[in-house]
Design a protein around this ligand. Structure first.
Ligand SMILES: Nc1ncnc2c1ncn2[C@@H]1O[C@H](COP(=O)(O)OP(=O)(O)OP(=O)(O)O)[C@@H](O)[C@H]1O
Ligand SMILES: [Mg+2]
Length: 257
């Protein structure tokens, strides 16, 4: 089976302070983790921009109960610049570029517009200590194209085997096109730290065997009932339930970045 050639006609060098959160399998907690990590970094005193890079199912704003005045749709339509659609989420202190929730419009964005947004994001990154891109699930071209902007890529998996296989596919594709990318694995919703380590091992071993190198383990985040409670109340976990296992795990992971 031949794989489609990676998009190389418009090469943007990855910015050192851009970090992307990606996964092969959907629903592994990327958006929740991106928000929580962003807030953890704000709490360390960093200026953080969170970019909703899930063009199909944007929902950073939904998880935070934010009603964006403007979003990426306005940038796609060339009505506004990327900088103009940045909105501060006052409760967490995160600057947010929202996607367009409940609309598939962004998923069909023409490639020149995507490239223009990539260029603008790279420039905007200069105003921040850290930019986090929440990428949609799956190894499709647009997701890999956005991930290529990031120096650091966190691949989220869970304790389920299917997420390891799909996560590994993302790692492999990324290193094919960006061999210098700093790729790390986050095991989320893990039943325990020991179980999380067990989930990382097959990815590490497969990568070592097939690619000659393995992604580091960035951290393990335990499954916590308060995560969904916080999402339901459209409040961030670190604001609503800062004293929980999942909150502590993300804070610890943030310190290692
Ligand atoms: N550590 C955790 N403990 C318990 N539940 C969690 C945890 N992390 C995420 N979840 C649950 O997983 C659900 C999916 O999370 P989220 O929407 O962030 O995933 P996603 O990977 O962004 O999904 P998609 O692939 O659709 O973008 C959340 O609604 C939340 O309830
Ligand atoms: Mg998501």
């Amino acid at each position: 089976m031949t794989e489609p050639a990676a998009q190389t006609s418009h090469l943007v060098l990855p910015a050192p302070n851009i970090l992307a959160v990606a996964s092969g399998k959907g629903g592994v907690g990327k958006t929740w983790f991106s928000i929580t990590l962003a807030q953890a970094l704000v709490q360390q005193g960093q200026r953080v921009l969170l970019f909703d890079g899930d063009f199909g199912l944007a929902n950073v704003d939904l998880q935070l109960g934010l009603t964006p005045k403007h979003d990426l749709g306005d940038v796609m339509d060339e009505k506004m610049t990327l900088r103009q659609v940045v909105q501060r989420h006052t409760e967490t202190g995160i600057d947010i570029i929202a996607g367009r929730s409940g609309s598939g419009a962004l998923a069909n964005m023409p490639l020149p517009r995507v490239n223009d947004i990539r260029d603008q994001l790279t420039i905007l990154a200069g105003d921040y200590d850290r930019v986090i891109i929440d990428i949609g699930a799956g190894v499709d071209r647009l997701n890999l194209h956005l991930a290529a902007l990031a120096k650091t890529l966190l691949i989220v998996v869970t304790d389920e085997q299917t997420s390891w296989m799909d996560g590994y596919a993302f790692i492999k594709k990324t290193w094919q096109t960006s061999p210098k990318a700093d790729v790390r694995v986050v095991v989320n919703m893990s039943s325990s730290v020991a179980e999380g380590e067990k989930s990382y091992q097959p990815i590490k071993l497969t990568a070592e065997r097939s690619l000659g190198r393995a992604p580091q383990l960035a951290g393990i985040i335990r499954r916590d009932v308060k995560v969904s409670a916080a999402i339901k109340s459209q409040t961030s976990l670190l604001t609503r339930y800062p004293n929980t296992d999942a909150a502590h795990d993300v804070l610890a992971l943030a310190k290692t970045l």
